[in-house]
Design a protein around this ligand. Sequence first.
Ligand code: RUQ
Ligand code: CUA
Length: 681
Amino acid sequence: MSRPAFRGRVPVALVIIGCGIVLGACSRAGASRVGDTGDAAEKVYVAPGKYDEFYAFFSGGFDGQVGVYGLPSGRLLKHVPVFSQNSENGWGYSEQTKPMLATSYGFVPWDDAHHPELSQTRGVPDGRWLFINGNNTPRIARLDLTRFETEEILEIPNSAGNHSSPFVTENNEYVVAGTRFSVPAPQRDVSIENYKQDFSGVLSFVRVDSATGHMAIAFQIRMPGFDYDLSHSGKGPSHGWSFFTSYNSEEGNSKLEVSASQNDKDYIAAINWMTAEKCVAQNKAVQEPARYAHNLIGDDGIARTEWGSSVKMLTPTACPGLVYYLPTPKSPHGVDVDPSGEFIVAGGKLATVIPVHSFSKMQRAIADRAFSGEIHGIPVLKYEATMAGEVQNPGLGPLHTEFDGKGNAYTSMFLSSEIVKWSLKDFKVLDRAPTYYSVGHLMIPGGDSRKPWGKYALALNKITKDRYLPTGPELTQSAQLYDISGDRMKLLLDFPTIGEPHYAQALPAEMLRDRQLKMYSLKDNKDPYAVKSEMKTRVERQGKVVHVLMTSVRSHFMPDKIEGIQLGDTVFFHLTNLEQDWDVPHGFAVTGANNAELLMMPGQTRTLMWVPQRVGVFPFYCTDFCSALHQEMQGYVRVSPRGSKVELIWNSPTHKSWKVPQLQASGEEHEASTHGGEAGR
Ligand code: RUQ
Ligand code: CUA
């Protein structure tokens, strides 16, 4: 069914005025339809000792990490480091993890992480992995959900601003990536004025190994130089397709707030990745040189970097049927596919309607060649030919849509600060609920999959003025939980978040709860510097490098006295945690270390590099309150001047005399790195 008159342009000014009014109204906080307070409290109250119903994964935005929260309580369970170094547990500081942050630009200890995405089987979250994009230095990470740890990070070459990522296809065949910022690809020295001829968008399809989860770039597609913003893949009948929104079809290269808001419609790029696979198999892709890092934690717990050297680049004109453009009003942001796989919903930031494309109509339009033109050889389908309908008067600034699996869609309205519920049957608005304020993404557990668990909706808000105790110039971002089990949405809870959450994903707790790794097996610890009993602890000098092979167990380190270190040495403390008990990490910190502490999980070995800066005797200690005698868990390391006669000695069961000659004195200088990977150096 096609909807009446589409109202084209919305002057930017009008939208901003609208926003002002609405925000003004909203800032008189509180007066929304809050579930009657007692009722709401009951719905989010998780009694002490009881578990939450859902695990929810929030991106940390500019903190580069993933926050794990319980729903409905909103309790923070874990902050998982991904793209940013985390001094709390040594992520990106320990020798074993440094290579995870290697890129072709060198060691990059930060990123802007936006969109967590659960792996799926037959279009339903399967609880195996969580993928998340890094925007700034384009990367995709994969977390293992039996450990809640990052296991792999893949750099995306020929890319910039990897925003439309890492949305999965129905069976994790691919996670996708795309350039928000078109760039010269491959990079080269050209004038920005030559944007239209020299800049391109590049969409990437990253294969996910179904057994291991390991990622590999299968192919890339060189596209016109638009800004590819978000993506979602098809499901059910539309399986085999991925959809990417784009703005800046004007191909402006400065002052985009004006220059990229000229056209009434921009485009969704519909990519038929099955056709892409055929074209690649027929050698229609060009092998192009590209250097990129692929970082993976091995089964010895050590991250290593492999370097990619080329990609297979497809061009739409060389592969007919690969790409179609769907005109979409106006500067679209989110693109979301409903659980049936039929409806493709776009969020036009400056549009007055929510456009809904029909996949079956799109198929027909392609068969009928219902084209309104062509851009760089890519057929543009007629807007009317793919339209299922438009949601009229939805509010201002539609961004993202999720689904409840009961025939309803929920769209976040950034400017009018509300969630709007509408029907997939007739595209009529059914309900609206204010958010406080400026909701970006919203999330329903499984709400972008074939089988949403449509009990709650979560608003991820950008602005929280007057909602929480103020904290200086910077106020918290926050989430708001709504009960969507009835006809009308009910606000249940506000809770602050770490970083700036963009997207989130959630699944029922029982899918993960009983599958958690409790400890690393000491017996299977393959770290080359692991020591599995105190009998084996020792200190070895190799030129100016000293390796301390050390253990921790409640409540001491072995050894805990070391002498014979000299200024100019580089010391590697290799700590093996001998505990084989759940939740007994030990920490390790030493005075003046220029990096961070270590936190060793039971059975695990972690390595801290320490370059002593002055002569003296320096304490080290356990940082994690592990036992009644935690405060006693400490030791000393003595640093002497270069060339000193002080012998290398330490105390451990095999060297009780405290009079131990040098184990090895290979005069040779070794590189100050213990583990593989360029970033480790
Ligand atoms: S994007 S709202 Cu990455 Cu919408 Cu944040
Ligand atoms: Cu070990 Cu505190």
